[in-house]
Design a protein around this ligand. Structure first.
Ligand SMILES: CC(C)(COP(=O)(O)OP(=O)(O)OC[C@H]1O[C@@H](n2cnc3c(N)ncnc32)[C@H](O)[C@@H]1OP(=O)(O)O)[C@@H](O)C(=O)NCCC(=O)NCCSC(=O)/C=C/CCCCCCCCCCCCC(=O)O
Length: 719
């Protein structure tokens, strides 16, 4: 709703009231319509100020309404009524003015912002465009190039940048509403014609066609199949080339296409999923709202290899003081130089001072005696990690939280080697740890809720999408990756090429297909794991039996490449070839193709034609099927957790919502049917055996994704 008051005798003050972000729900829109009407018809009111309660102007349209029948007054005529008012209307912007919130402000005649406010048109990140006139007003106000940048990226600008761009008229460090009221009094009675943005022509721009062509090309490249950024460019083009009324019509047409698209649904799902994962819960019943995190003022990182360095930077950038420990002097010095460089570059990008003094370097583990939390990041070796944990247990003050950065090792086993297993959790960072958004917080059966709460809170402070998951081999992300990679190997055996598989996955929206990704991360990583699992066999055995190991189909292709010294980009050869070791441009490799031919001949395999559809179904449905197992096992609390992990850490295209959302969109019955089909063709591949949860969900009528939680709970309670 919106509240109306008269202040300073002749200013009508309208306050949006819809916590937490004053979203423009039907009730708020009705409130604005009513209060504007009231202010305009009151002869004592000379000017009007619109503000939001609780230090936030407006977070935009109410995204929750998009999924339902929208009622209440529509935004566009509401904003028009404000713009055409015969009394000046001033927006007092505190906190955020985003999406419809900024569009409302652009309909006002003046905008005053607090210096800490952020403004933007982030609709593109929800699969939409600023369709309450924003795509038509912003280019008229700040010019086409700047508007294109803001609208196609959805980035938020600071008040200072907004002032520089001309989006706001004044920035204040003081009370914004007071400043806006004072301003409103000062402009009362002035002509409003020049202040009505919709009546302005777009500022002249030389060679408009070339500009739009260049921007469209860039946007298409980075969109990876997302349609909203392209519609945003088209809408701004309409602003630049058409009269306002026709531009608005084009805006409406483009929005109509986007609004009902699967992409908009997927992106809006991601928005809420990212917030939902913060409300974590454990199978024990412990939850985010009943578990209090411990304060962390001082942290330590043990082991300063690539991961440890990134983690140190991520911690220091939050303002924590960090003890960075590496026992070898040479490595410590190298790490210090690398960490300082990363901190300096990061600070330069963010326009702040580097937190160099926040990090203390030491060769001695005793230096961590008084920290609140330690993140161990030594080599992935359970014996080494156990030794470090035992040392830490002896050195650290009572109650210090012990976290292990591991991508695969058993967190429970490590915890059981310490006197206080309740203080142990896994923190699975992704490389480079100061850049990648994802953090899996891994709890074991004995991890205390307080330990999980503390790690989750620290993750949030570091700006990570932090997801609490149970302990199992590979946790959530890597566990699901295994069948995906195995299917890709099997497809090569059956006749596909790395190029074909990668192209199918990249057209789907992944930034890199499975083989280009494997070349980047190093083929030796998986080789080491498979060796540890006793799967790698030397020799040149041939035929089907050579490809059945531990009772299931196995492809030794990756092992054979490693035996040739082809570890990927770092050796200049892998599934592709590179100009030189370390180079990034993958080129098709004739050697690899003849190697695959010889391999198939040796094993009596006949290459067949494989299409993109089969690549997608086999790789993605195998991965999704593992996701259902994970839900059934209670390793992830809900599909949102899995989807956030895949979108933020594994390159799953955001406009497809994450693997579990995708399965929901494709239809659970279809996923089940295709898995059954492939399982019949490949009975020796257990990961194609449909999960019992998937079967049960289909049997119960394929409930929509937001109802899976209930279905899983009900099914668990029946077991
Ligand atoms: C920066 C924030 C605002 C605040 O951040 P923070 O303080 O960290 O808090 P959060 O945790 O993010 O959020 C707190 C809770 O608030 C919920 N929230 C936030 N924003 C919204 C919102 N806009 N709507 C609903 N709920 C919101 C959030 O989920 C949290 O709750 P919970 O934890 O999940 O329970 C930050 O929140 C933020 O960035 N918010 C999003 C800002 C944003 O993206 N705004 C743009 C929204 S889209 C928009 O404005 C579009 C405008 C144009 C609409 C045009 C009219 C459309 C209808 C036309 C239909 C066309 C069909 C045509 C048919 C035809 O013609 O034929």
């Amino acid at each position: 709703m919106a509240e109306y008051n008269r202040v300073s005798e002749c200013v009508g003050l309208i306050t949006l009231r819809n916590p937490p972000v004053n979203a423009l729900s039907a009730a708020v829109r009705q409130g604005i319509v009513d209060t504007v009407q009231r202010a305009l018809s009151d002869p004592n009111v000379k000017s009007v100020v619109i503000c939001g309660q609780n230090g936030i102007f407006c977070g935009g349209a109410d995204i929750k309404e998009f999924g339902s029948n929208m009622t209440g007054p529509p935004l566009i005529p509401m904003i028009h009524a404000i713009e055409s008012a015969n009394k000046p209307v001033v927006a007092a912007i505190e906190g955020s003015a985003l999406g419809g919130g900024l569009e409302l402000a652009l309909g006002c005649h003046y905008r005053i912002a607090h210096s800490k406010a952020r403004l933007g048109l982030p609709e593109v990140s929800l699969g939409l465009l600023p369709a309450a006139g924003g795509s038509q007003r912003l280019p008229r106000l700040i010019g086409v190039p700047a508007a294109l940048n803001l609208i196609t990226t959805g980035r938020h600008v600071t008040a200072a940048e907004a002032l520089q761009l001309g989006i706001v008229d004044q920035v204040t460090d003081h009370n914004t509403v007071d400043a806006a009221v004072k301003f409103a009094l000062s402009v009362a009675g002035r002509s409003l014609d020049p202040r009505r943005i919709s009546t302005h022509p777009c500022p002249q721009q030389p060679d408009l066609d070339a500009l739009f062509e260049e921007v469209m090309q860039k946007v298409r490249q980075s969109a990876r199949g997302a349609i909203a950024p392209i519609a945003c460019v088209q809408a701004v083009r309409a602003a630049a080339t058409l009269p306002y009324a026709q531009g608005m019509e084009r805006e409406r047409e483009l929005m109509a296409t986007l609004f009902t698209s699967g992409q908009a649904r997927a992106l809006q799902y991601c928005f809420f999923a990212e917030r939902a994962v913060g409300r974590w819960r454990m199978p024990s019943g412990a939850r985010w709202d009943t578990s209090k995190p411990r304060p962390v003022h001082k942290a330590a990182v043990i082991g300063l290899g690539t991961m440890g360095r990134g983690i140190t930077v991520a911690l220091a950038q939050t303002g924590l003081s960090v003890i960075a420990v590496e026992t070898q002097e040479k490595q410590l010095m190298e790490a210090k130089q690398a960490i300082s460089g990363m901190l300096e570059r990061g600070a330069k990008r963010r326009g702040v001072a580097p937190a160099l003094d926040g990090v203390i370097y030491s060769q001695n583990i005793q230096a961590v005696a008084d920290v609140d939390l330690v993140i161990e990041a030594v080599f992935e070796d359970i014996a080494l990690k156990t030794k470090v944990f035992q040392q830490l247990s002896a050195v650290c003050k009572p109650g210090t939280l012990l976290c292990t950065n591991t991508s695969a090792l058993d967190v429970d086993q490590l915890a059981s080697e310490t006197p206080n297993p309740e203080l142990v959790v896994g923190m699975h960072f992704f490389a480079p740890a100061h850049v990648m958004k994802l953090l899996e917080v891994v709890y074991g059966p004995r991890s205390s809720p307080q330990a999980v709460a503390t790690a989750m809170q620290l993750g949030k402070k570091m700006g990570k999408a932090s997801v609490a998951v149970g302990n199992c081999r590979g946790f959530v992300g890597n566990r699901m990756l295994k069948p995906y990679i195995e299917e890709a190997f099997f497809l090569l055996e059956e006749g596909a090429t790395p190029e074909l598989v990668d192209q199918a996955l990249e057209e789907f929206g992944f930034p890199m297909g499975v083989f280009r990704m494997s070349d980047l991360s190093g083929l030796d990583v998986g080789w080491r794991v498979r060796k540890g699992d006793g799967l790698v066999e030397p020799g040149t055995a041939s035929g089907r039996s050579a490809r059945i190991r531990q009772g299931r189909r196995y492809s030794p292709l990756g092992d054979l490449l490693c035996e040739e010294g082809r570890f990927g980009q770092k050796t200049g050869r892998g599934w592709y070839q590179y100009d030189k070791p370390g180079s990034r441009v993958a080129r098709s490799d004739p050697w690899l193709h003849s190697f695959l031919g010889a391999y198939r001949a040796q094993h009596g395999l006949v290459a067949r034609r494989i299409d993109h559809q089969e690549v997608l179904e086999r790789c993605l449905y195998a991965l999704i099927n593992e996701g259902f197992h994970i839900l059934d096992d209670g390793i992830a609390a809900g599909p949102e957790d899995i989807d956030v992990i895949y979108v933020s850490g594994y390159g799953w295209p955001r406009h497809r919502g994450g693997p579990m959302f995708y399965a929901n969109m494709v239809g659970l019955a279809k996923v089940l049917e295709r898995l059954e089909h492939y399982q019949q063709l490949h009975p020796e591949v257990p990961h194609l055996q449909p999960s019992s949860l998937l079967r049960r969900l289909v049997a119960s009528g394929s409930p929509p994704i937001h109802k899976w939680g209930e279905a899983i709970k009900k099914l668990h309670s029946q077991l």
